[in-house]
Design a protein around this ligand. Structure first.
Ligand SMILES: [Fe+2]
Length: 311
């Protein structure tokens, strides 16, 4: 079996509003449109993903919360209806997806080897969370690529940010090793919003874009500062600032997907391609691609302490 590759990673946030605005047949509510900048950003991400032809999409979602350990979808096929508990008016989505259970099991095993509590999710009637579904729908609405779904243990919320992000770093290393050993050609999806200050009242017409704007100017300024560093490939600075960004912008990257993805990719000092930025109920969302294949960085070496440090 050939060594695996991580061909790209995407920051791929999951506001359900984007699915709602697109009116796919799987979603019950109907919209007039809205949030076009972000949906057009995702159109570009879809084209990139299509050209990469991955075997599998791995997604870490903050909204599949598991209090004990890091869990992995572990059933070959899942289907059902997923409803966003905050926005049931926008997101009632009939999902159907295939899981790469062998890779999920490998991630689970490698995580345990690194000292994490890990578990396979074997419930055949499991309802997949809206974060996982929104991210996957927005990057690949055809649903024709198997996925690995990873839960949020939310250690950064129970522990402190540094310890929690450290655990996500381990999860990333485990994911990298699992992809390497199973020989997959993988794309990683970090399902995270940036600044997360949000409105507390929804406009009467949710897609009325005359009402959409950043909830807080300091959150917006943090977002553009971080995005600009990412665009320039100054990822070392991004990770140095990440704890302050999390604290001062209430950033959803705290839940760990962003750190997990970059740890798995080996913290490349690589410029991210910004496909677009926009707010959703005031929160800051960016679709950004790190194309490791284009940069000649997709092949995976065995994990060592030294090769996987953000510093
Ligand atoms: Fe979220």
């Amino acid at each position: 079996m050939s060594n695996g590759e991580i061909v790209a990673g995407f920051l791929a946030p999951h506001p359900p509003h984007l699915v709602y605005a697109e009116n796919p047949p799987q979603n019950e509510p109907r919209a007039e449109g809205g949030w076009e900048q972000l949906r057009w950003a995702y159109e570009q991400a879809r084209a990139s993903l299509d050209a990469l032809k991955p075997d599998v999409l791995l997604v870490h979602s903050p909204h599949w919360i598991t209090q004990v350990g890091h869990h992995f979808l572990g059933v070959p096929h899942l289907s059902g209806k997923s409803v966003d508990p905050i926005f049931p008016n926008l997101f009632r989505y009939r999902f159907e997806l295939d899981i790469d259970v062998d890779l999920a099991q490998a991630c689970c095993d490698e995580g345990r080897k690194l000292g994490l509590v890990t578990k396979m999710m074997r419930n055949p009637n499991f309802r997949v969370d809206y974060g996982t579904i929104t991210t996957l729908h927005m990057v690949r609405p055809q649903w024709d690529i198997p996925v690995v779904g990873i839960s949020a243990n939310n250690t950064p919320y129970h522990l402190n940010t540094k310890e929690g992000q450290g655990e996500m770093d381990l999860l990333g290393r485990a994911t990298r090793e699992a992809i390497r050993k199973t020989g997959r050609r993988a794309v990683l999806l970090a399902s995270n919003t940036l600044s997360h200050w949000h409105f507390h009242e929804e406009p009467s017409l949710p897609e009325d874009m005359s009402k959409e704007h950043p909830e807080r100017y300091d959150g917006y300024k943090w977002d553009v500062r971080m995005i600009d560093l990412m665009r320039k490939g100054q990822m070392k600075e991004v990770f140095e600032l990440l704890p302050q960004f999390i604290d001062e912008a209430f950033a959803e990257v705290k839940s760990g997907a962003f750190t997990w993805m970059h740890a798995a990719m080996g913290y490349p000092q690589l410029a991210g391609k910004l496909h677009g930025y926009g707010t959703v109920i005031g929160t800051g969302n960016a679709v950004i691609e790190w194309n490791l294949e284009e940069a000649g960085l997709s092949s995976l070496e065995p994990v060592t302490q030294r090769s996987l440090s953000p510093a």
